[in-house]
Design a protein around this ligand. Structure first.
Ligand code: FAD
Ligand code: NAI
Length: 466
């Protein structure tokens, strides 16, 4: 039996950041991870491999399409899918090894195996050989993450009917890929395979893509993706998918009911959301239970059981790596008695398509339904000199500010590399900045960030370059 101050179950962005912070705070900490590597969904089968393929496929499309040729670069590229997958896997391995290094640096122990709570302060770990180890801890943090949501009638086999993990390592480019769900995974991985040559059809239950995003931003992104060749079937549901081993036949109905249509595909990606993962966790041993969505509730990261905390995808809030990381820091600081909390109003979100969609704060729809009076400042990337020079003119920057105080309430960007620029507004909004504060801040020329400033200027109708 080993004694710790803190035992964390799960080694994803929630768990590994909690372990690092615990080490920094001088606590004796262990992180239990049953996967082969640390890093969780994000590093192994999520954020990182998807961004590796998005980057590589973007380069490929630029070379194979007209983009390089327009720039005067004549090449005859061929796709080496095996190499594309290999470089992705190598990057992932390097990143997961990096977490092992950070554990050593911060004196956090990685206990390999699957953890189960066995009463207050007690975690039993079963390793791959079935050997059990008992850990004692003053505090236990549950950071067990999430798993893909299943769809009745569409059984995932990861041969023809895939979840995101399967779609990240296909051995060939699908001729026709049907994506079920026009959310973040569907749009990102649909974009990867379209760029590599697939015909892509996205079937979405709602009458819009990426629900939760600002409607105007979502519509703008949809237009761009449709122009690139993705077909959207909105307001539709897949009720059945039958795999023949070489292809899949899907039965698709209008969401409101009606006659079914048959669609043939060689691969299907099911990306209709993720659900919290708590299987085999022994919650009952400490009197905990999940709600009807399978989620563990928390109050400032505490569960209702003394000494048991919960962070990341397995609990409420957006299922994002940076949200899990923020909760890890706040949770650990609370464990040692510091005041620390997560600002859930300012968790940015990004869809890494081309153009990208990045946002923080409230959408126009949220402000309207809250009855909040607001002003809008918009600026198109087509009027931004750097975007024009780079031939990346789709999209806009939109700033929503309080009508009376001018405080920035929401920012929605559709455009080139906006994932790298939204942080400016996260910082500004943490300091309760007004649109005028951004409008009066000098930005470097020529950069796409100038569009963000011009949008802020336009909250007062003062954009100078459009
Ligand atoms: P996870 O990363 O899921 O980690 C949980 C870990 O716990 C896993 O390693 C699991 O093996 C382990 N575990 C579970 N039960 C036990 C147990 N009983 N004992 C031991 N170990 C256990 N988010 C972003 O912010 N940006 C992105 O670009 C992004 N892209 C994504 C792309 C894809 C394809 C997917 C699927 C997700 C993406 N996400 C992205 C979401 C992001 O991956 C998650 O929000 C994040 O990983 C959540 O971190 P977590 O620590 O809560 O859980
Ligand atoms: P999602 O919640 O983003 O989107 C799911 C979509 O499927 C929604 O549009 C929903 O209306 C639709 N849907 C649900 N049931 C359906 C049905 N039966 N038929 C057709 N459509 C249906 O979920 P997704 O894309 O699976 O991603 C899961 C989570 O992973 C995201 O919510 C996000 O938190 C995280 N993620 C984040 C990324 C990022 O930050 N860039 C990238 C990828 C994933």
């Amino acid at each position: 039996m080993s004694n710790y101050d803190v035992v964390i179950i799960g080694g994803g962005p929630g768990g590994y950041n909690a372990a690092i912070r615990a080490g920094q705070l001088g606590l004796k900490v262990a992180c239990v991870e049953g996967g082969v590597t640390l890093g969780g969904t994000c590093l192994n089968v999520g954020c990182m491999p998807s961004k590796a393929l998005l980057h590589a496929s973007e380069m490929y499309e630029a070379a194979v399409g007209s983009e390089f040729a327009n720039l005067g670069i004549e090449v005859k590229p061929t796709l080496n899918l095996a190499q594309m997958m290999k470089q992705k896997d190598e990057s992932v391995t390097a990143l997961t090894k990096g977490i092992e290094f950070l554990f050593r640096k911060n004196k956090a122990d990685w206990i390999k195996g699957w953890g189960r709570i066995a009463g207050p302060g007690k975690v039993i770990v079963t390793n791959n050989e079935g050997v059990e180890t008992e850990l004692q801890a003053k505090d236990i943090i549950i950071a067990t993450g999430s798993e893909p949501m299943p769809l009745p009638g569409v059984e995932i086999d990861n041969k023809r009917i895939l979840d995101s993990t399967g779609a990240l390592s296909l051995p060939e480019v699908p001729k026709h890929l049907v994506v079920i769900g026009a959310g973040v995974i569907g749009l990102e991985l649909g974009s990867v395979w379209r760029r590599l040559g697939s015909q892509v059809t996205v079937v979405e239950y709602l009458d819009r893509i990426c629900p939760g995003a600002d409607l105007e931003a979502g519509k703008t992104l949809q237009r761009s993706l449709a122009k690139q060749g993705i077909t959207f079937k909105l307001g539709c549901k897949v009720v059945q998918a039958t795999s023949s081993g070489t292809g899949v036949q899907l039965s698709v109905e209008p969401a409101a009911g009606g006659e079914a249509e048959l669609i043939e595909a060689d691969y299907v990606l099911v990306s209709i959301g993720r659900r919290p993962f708590t299987k085999g966790l022994g919650l009952e041993s400490v009197g905990l239970a999940t709600d009807n969505r399978g989620m563990l509730e928390n109050k400032q990261h505490r569960t209702s059981a003394a000494g048991i905390w919960v962070i990341g995808d397995v609990t409420s809030g957006p299922m994002l790596a940076h949200k899990a990381e923020d909760e890890a820091i706040a949770c650990l600081e609370q464990i040692v008695g510091k005041a620390s909390e997560v600002n859930y109003n300012l968790i940015p979100s990004v869809i890494y398509t081309r153009p990208e969609l990045a946002s923080v704060g409230q959408t126009e729809e949220q402000l309207k339904s809250a009855g909040r009076a607001y002003k809008v400042g918009k600026f198109p990337f087509s009027a931004n000199s750097r975007a024009r020079i780079n031939h990346e003119t789709e999209g806009f920057a939109k700033v929503l500010a309080d009508e009376r105080t001018d405080e920035i309430l929401g920012v929605h960007l559709v455009g080139p590399s906006v994932s790298e620029m939204i942080g400016e507004y996260c910082v500004a909004m943490e300091f309760s900045a007004s649109a005028e504060d951004i409008a009066m801040t000098c930005h470097p020329h020529p950069t796409r960030s100038e569009a963000l400033r011009q949008a802020a200027m336009n909250v007062a109708g003062m954009a100078m370059q459009a």
